[in-house]
Ligand binder design. Structure first.
Ligand SMILES: Cc1ncc(C[n+]2csc(CCOP(=O)(O)OP(=O)(O)O)c2C)c(N)n1
Ligand SMILES: [Mg+2]
Length: 821
């Protein structure tokens, strides 16, 4: 009875809040109301379970490719959903289908549409078939890519598959509430009601072994943000038992030190059995209250959960769970326990529940059928079209029998995929390659049109397609007084950041040493004092969660600038940039965005870990994020100004050795904008085109001066923006004039220089203009050694650049340019 009275208290509260009555007002509710609420919960638990069971069958019979489901975790998710309010955010993983159903964001049909990979966003709103089922999201953006009002809906950030990858972002989603509550002047309309929103995380027990889990837990404790993390503990991570995963086999036990006490801020930690419905409801209510009101992080360790069908469709758990465990799981299955509890508390009889369960089985089957029909029917009608085109072609071609065979093969496929249609149509064209007919033209047109449409279903939205995308931002040149001041480069940056924080109340910057001392190179000097510790902040040394803070806050309408102290340490953050930030627009088909600016500094300085230029790796891994490599601080400041007007994420690499170099101070600070994807010709010449970027560019400029002295006239192009690359194809225009090209950088050979050369040769078709072999000049394959000589013998020097270019000219004209050595 104690437990029931807690539930009644909860139900009272819920009624009171949903009726917008002061929750303190006592409102009588009847046992019938209470019963109805529990029955509703049970129905949802059974519906979700039926989806899992039927989902698995859909995979085993071949209709879907892979399935990973939320069976065995239904009841805690229902308890959680009761505490989840409008404006709140989820950052979770593939077990959360019941929760998504409970907040009204996943229907039976949508569940199956996800399994079938329906590419229609209306049918499959999670990712339009881009992600495997079980990866959930809600729409933060409308069809134009503009913010919806997130305070009036229940939100889920889009899941990713890497275990614990949801954790860094969770931190930022929670921190946004803290910013909205405490920073004045931000327009909160679409994003926050006084910072009352909780960011709710979920993670599997085994995934807590990941480094980013611990990093996030620590950071949220330090930051004191409204984050509630639920650990779904079923003792396993696929086949690997907790004894191999977690010290003492118990995550909340070992995290006890995070518990807050009278002297220290920290976490509130709860432990609860996942089959205990009343207890779960009580704990989730308490967790929400603490976190929402006090902005205290909460951890809920939900133990004794099960996996009725094993981990996923790719194996059976009987292989690694013993009989005793399997029997225990059958008994402590949370749905089974809820059912028992209902009967013993006179909420329903066994017979009533059997009737309910039967009804649910039927409706899930119907939902599944409807989902399949809406998946297959457009393809069937496209298939009819293909078949008729092939029939027409066959009847008009001497090779008709072969085409008819292709057509007949297609006809025999009852449930064709688009690949089947295209494959047949494209093969058929080969039989009529030397024929002329209107039927052939019709098929060609159909293939081209179909490819255009279908390709988009898979390839759109790598970047923002809204009117705010970065490429829509036009250039504004810096302007200068007649006698401009020469200042250190870092002063240009600092003045510009000052203007940014002044102009954009929602902008904030954080990173190691970014706060109190104003970053290691003083680009933020004095700005914490001016804008406060919440907007210009120091963080712990934890690159992955610095990025996570940025992703989460950007997803809630803020404009974070996450600082990674040195380019070399982007490596710690690269996984989350690659898996989460870079894929966000793509994996939601443009329904979520995180316009995060990642600021870092790199290239030549000293030693292995302070002069990295691992651009090739970065370029390969973060497609979806713009990669900008300004040659000086004015260019860098211009990039920040452009990015803040756009809705896209970017990595800006400032030149580490450029902060003390003199630059003229523009008089339109905060306003000038460096365009993205546009190269700049910094020196004109006729003999060879030199393509470079960042710190190396200064060396190339020096070499060009020296080359001029021996009669070689080099044109220099600063790429500035590696991703996107030279959208106007200006480099090929230069090569058309010089007929020679060399790409020079300080990455290893085969890294960014190879990427650049590929763009020049394959995208810009420069080969037709070349009179000499196109060349790259890059660094040695080892890491750069320390010291001036270390640099000289590791990366291209002015002499290396000079000689490389000279030797191209020597090959061309040995008489004019005799061998140097
Ligand atoms: C980084 C990474 N490593 C490995 C995997 C493969 N994998 C997927 S789920 C999983 C087990 C996760 O177990 P747990 O966190 O306990 O969640 P559960 O599935 O038990 O709910 C593994 C190893 C992955 N997705 N990501
Ligand atoms: Mg597990």
């Amino acid at each position: 009875m104690r437990k029931i009275s807690k539930i009644l208290t909860f139900a009272l509260l819920k009624k009171a809040t949903s009726m917008k009555i002061n929750p303190n007002t006592k409102t009588e509710i009847t046992f019938d109301d209470f019963k109805a609420e529990v029955l509703k919960d049970y129905k949802l638990a059974v519906t979700s379970r039926e989806c899992s069971l039927l989902g698995r069958r859909e995979v085993l019979t071949g209709k879907a490719k892979f399935g990973i489901f939320g069976d065995g975790k239904e009841v805690p998710q229902i308890a959680w959903a009761k505490a989840f309010e409008n404006g709140d955010f989820r950052s979770g993983y593939y077990r959360d289908q019941t929760f998504m159903m409970a907040i009204g964001q996943l229907t039976i049909e949508q569940f199956f549409a996800g399994l079938y990979a329906n590419t229609d966003l209306k049918e499959e709103p999670m990712s339009a078939g881009r992600q495997m089922g079980g990866h959930f999201s809600t729409h933060s953006l409308d069809e134009n890519g503009h913010w919806k009002n997130l305070t009036q809906q229940k939100n889920s950030s889009a899941d990713i598959s890497p275990t614990a990858g949801q954790m860094p972002r969770l931190l930022g989603l929670a921190q946004a509430s803290k910013i909205y509550r405490n920073v004045n002047g931000i327009d909160t309309t679409n994003f926050s009601t006084k910072g009352n929103e909780i960011a709710w995380g979920t993670i599997g027990n085994a995934s807590t072994s990941e480094g980013v889990f611990f990093e996030t837990i620590n950071a949220a404790g330090v930051l004191q943000v409204p984050m509630v993390i639920s650990i779904w503990d079923d003792e396993y991570g696929i086949s690997v038992h907790a004894k191999h995963q977690t010290t003492k086999e118990n995550i909340s036990e070992i995290l006890k030190g995070f518990q807050r006490d009278k002297k220290h801020k920290g976490y509130e930690i709860f432990r609860v059995d996942g089959w205990n419905y009343p207890e779960l409801i009580d704990i989730y209510q308490r967790a929400a209250q603490i976190s929402r009101k006090e902005h205290v992080p909460v951890m809920i360790h939900v133990q004794e959960l099960t996996q009725p069908q094993g981990h996923s469709t790719s194996g059976s758990h009987e292989r690694y769970k013993n009989q005793e465990r399997l029997e225990w799981e059958a008994e402590y299955d949370c749905n089974v326990q809820l059912r028992k509890w209902m009967i013993s508390n006179n909420i329903a009889t066994d017979e009533e529940l059997i009737t309910i369960e039967r009804g649910i089985k039927k409706s899930v089957r119907e939902g599944k059928k409807a989902a399949w029909a809406s998946f297959i029917s457009p393809i069937l009608s496209e298939s009819k079209e293909t078949i008729s085109l092939l029939e027409n072609l066959a009847s008009s071609s001497p090779n008709g029998v072969f085409i008819t065979k292709l057509k007949n093969d297609l006809v025999t496929i009852d449930e064709p995929l688009r690949r089947d249609l295209l494959s047949a149509a494209r093969k058929a064209l080969r039989y009529v390659v030397s024929e002329d007919s209107s039927e052939k033209i019709a098929l060609q047109n159909w293939i081209n049109g179909y490819l255009d449409t279908v390709q988009q279903k898979y390839s759109s939205h790598l970047h923002s397609e809204s009117d705010l995308n970065a490429l829509n931002q036009s250039e504004v040149l810096p302007t200068y007084d007649s006698n401009p001041k020469d200042v250190d480069g870092r002063v240009v940056l600092r003045e510009n950041f000052d203007a940014i924080f002044n102009n954009y109340p929602e902008a904030l910057i954080f990173g190691e040493d970014a706060g109190y001392i104003g970053d290691v190179n003083q680009g933020l000097e004095g700005l914490q004092e001016k804008y406060g510790e919440l907007r210009v902040s120091d963080t712990g040394i934890r690159e992955a969660t610095i990025i996570g803070q940025g992703i989460g806050m950007a997803m809630r309408g803020l404009r974070p600038i996450a600082e990674i102290q040195y380019l070399d340490y982007v490596m710690y953050a690269l996984q989350i940039m690659s898996d989460d930030l870079a894929t966000l627009q793509y994996r939601t088909k443009g329904r979520q965005k995180a316009p995060l600016i990642v600021r870092t500094r790199g290239h030549r300085l000293e030693g292995i870990w302070h002069s990295g230029s691992q651009m090739g790796g970065i370029l390969n891994l973060i497609r979806g994020i713009h990669v900008l490599v300004p040659r000086n601080m004015t260019k860098a400041a211009g990039f920040y100004n452009t990015l803040l007007e756009s809705d896209e994420p970017a990595l800006v690499v400032e030149c580490l050795n450029g902060y003390r170099l003199k630059e003229k101070l523009p008089n339109n600070i905060g306003e000038f904008r460096t365009p993205i994807g546009i190269v700049e010709t910094v020196r004109e010449g006729d003999d060879i085109t030199l393509v470079s970027y960042g710190s190396t560019l200064r060396l190339v400029e020096q070499a060009a001066k020296e080359l001029q002295e021996v009669g070689i006239d080099a044109e220099i192009i600063d790429v500035q923006s590696l991703l996107p690359f030279d959208l106007n194809h200006d480099i090929v225009k230069s090569i058309a004039k010089t007929n020679r090209v060399m790409v020079i950088d300080e990455d290893i050979k085969g890294g960014a220089s190879a990427y650049i050369l590929n763009e020049i040769l394959n995208t810009q078709n420069a080969f037709q203009y070349l009179d000499s072999q196109p060349k790259t000049l890059a660094a040695k394959p080892h890491r750069p050694a320390y010291g001036t000589d270390g640099d000289y013998f590791s990366k291209p020097s002015v002499e290396d650049i000079f000689e490389a270019i000279y030797s191209v000219m020597h090959e061309l004209s040995p008489m004019d340019f005799p061998k140097l050595r």
